[in-house]
Design a protein around this ligand. Structure first.
Ligand SMILES: *Cc1c(COP(=O)(O)O)cnc(C)c1O
Length: 460
């Protein structure tokens, strides 16, 4: 399989090149040259274990890693999950929940980052190279990136976070990791300061080249690919003979884009129901065809407090007939004005999608109702999805099963759960164990040179 940029400036890249490049040089995202139709294989795949499905799906898109090596990468990536099915489906009555939170940090990003971390390490070893990953987190995503590469020989990771401004739990998830290649940098400043430092360092091309700096951002194609797998697994476990709907709590559009790829591969997903919190740029788009930036609102589901969704451009590429010229023109308009109108006259922008929004009150309502009806605890991100899914099913008025995607374990958000359901414990042994573990962090002023010197000193 070859890869090309959504904006036309790069083409004919191998999978390895696509993974190591991340963002295309023309500012576009990398997409496969075509998406194979696998409808004829679904029966045969339906009884496979998670890793078998992963092999079947991923090997269609990866032809430059030997089959045995790919099988081994997949097996090692998902051995770190605490459930034998990796992403099991919980069912109670009409509620079906695809649990993506059984990885080491209890959030769905582990599914992609465990695979990406192993793949980076494998490719770097083959090239005899070393990579320094630099990232900034407001709390939640840093730990999944750390867990993906901890203990790896050919990668060091530096994660900046605003000192004292993440939750104590989030900080412990980053600072209790003992591996020497992990550097938790507590910056005396805000998350914006961390991001400014990140951008400033990535702009220094000499430093970037000398220290082989890279990122694990959500636009890496390997992350999307790893996420396509669980839509197949989820569909098989629901066990319905015919199409189902899926509902995905959405921020950067990575997770639901993976569902879109699975649908284009022939998986019978009728509707992809996109759920947002008050940050509703995408929900508005799928109702109106107008892509227009708003202000960022803080919500109970912080990992979805995003206005501009980096993976959306990949969807546009397919939606605009794989025409890089059209993608470029829409993205240039949007980047310049914060507003792009794609379609004036239709009520539904794309038959594949439905969209809805749940504010904080609706989120809490879904947590309370789901506990009362099913004795099942939702984290606030998953609850946004469940609230939107309930609205959607009430409107659709049919019996097509709905698979709701669970993106985090509720124990990661104990305060929110305690607000709605006082007395119901939201705990997890992995998180409890962190409380007694030693922590390690480097406190630094919000200063570019301070961060650069830590990277310099870590050279091995
Ligand atoms: C990242 C994240 C999301 C949003 O996923 P996208 O792929 O960015 O749309 C939702 N829930 C949780 C818990 C997350 O960490």
């Amino acid at each position: 399989m070859r890869y090309q940029s959504t904006r036309g400036g790069a083409a004919n890249l191998s999978f390895t090149e696509a993974v190591m490049t991340g963002l295309a040089p023309d500012g576009g995202l990398l997409v496969p040259a075509d998406i194979p139709d696998v409808s004829a294989k679904l029966d045969a795949w339906s009884s496979l274990h998670y890793c078998g499905v992963a092999n079947a799906v991923m090997s269609l898109f990866i032809d430059d890693i030997a089959p045995d090596a790919l099988t081994d990468l997949i097996a090692r990536s998902y051995a770190s999950f605490d459930h034998p099915e990796v992403t099991p489906v919980f069912t109670s009555g009409e509620l079906h929940v695809l649990e993506l939170f059984h990885g080491p940090t209890l959030a769905f990003k582990d599914v992609a980052l465990q695979f990406l971390g192993n793949t980076f390490d494998y490719l770097l070893k083959a090239q005899g190279a070393h990579l320094n990953i630099l990232g900034a987190t407001s709390g939640d995503t840093g730990s999944a990136a750390i867990a993906g590469v901890r203990g790896r020989d050919n990668v060091d990771i530096f994660v900046m976070f605003p000192d004292g401004r993440t939750s104590p739990l989030q900080e412990r998830q980053m600072t209790t990791v003992p591996d020497a290649n992990v550097h938790a940098l507590a910056i005396e400043g805000s998350f914006d300061d961390c991001q400014s430092i990140l951008k400033a360092i990535f702009r220094e091309l000499d430093f970037k080249a000398e220290y082989s700096l890279g990122a694990v951002n959500s636009v890496n194609w390997a992350r999307v690919l790893a996420q396509v797998v669980y839509y197949f697994v989820g569909y098989f476990r629901v066990g319905h003979d015919g199409p189902i709907d899926v509902c995905v709590p959405t921020g950067n559009f990575g997770n639901i884009f993976a569902a879109y790829v699975a649908r284009r591969m022939g998986l019978p997903l009728r509707r992809l129901v996109l759920a947002t919190n008050a940050n509703d740029i995408l929900a508005r788009f799928f109702r109106s065809g107008r892509y227009s930036r708003g202000d960022v609102h803080l919500s109970l589901s912080p990992s979805m407090d995003i206005q501009v969704s980096s993976n959306f451009e990949r969807y546009l590429f397919y939606n605009l007939g794989c025409d890089p010229g059209k993608v470029r023109s829409v993205m240039e308009t949007f980047e310049a004005t914060g507003d792009a109108q794609l379609n004036f006259n239709t009520r539904v922008y794309d038959e594949a999608f439905a969209a809805g929004t749940a504010d904080d009150a609706a989120t809490l309502g879904a947590i309370g109702r789901t506990w009362a009806e099913h004795q099942y605890l939702l984290d606030p991100h998953t609850a946004v999805g469940v609230a939107v899914a309930e609205d959607y099913r009430a409107q659709a008025g049919d019996n097509v099963p709905m698979l709701c995607v669970a993106t985090a374990h509720p124990a990661k958000f104990p305060d929110c759960i305690a607000d709605v359901l006082p007395g119901v414990p939201a705990t997890h042994p992995t998180l409890q164990a962190l409380e007694s573990m030693p922590t390690r962090k480097t406190v630094l002023p919000a200063d570019v040179d301070a961060v650069k010197s830590v990277i310099r000193d870590a050279r091995r």
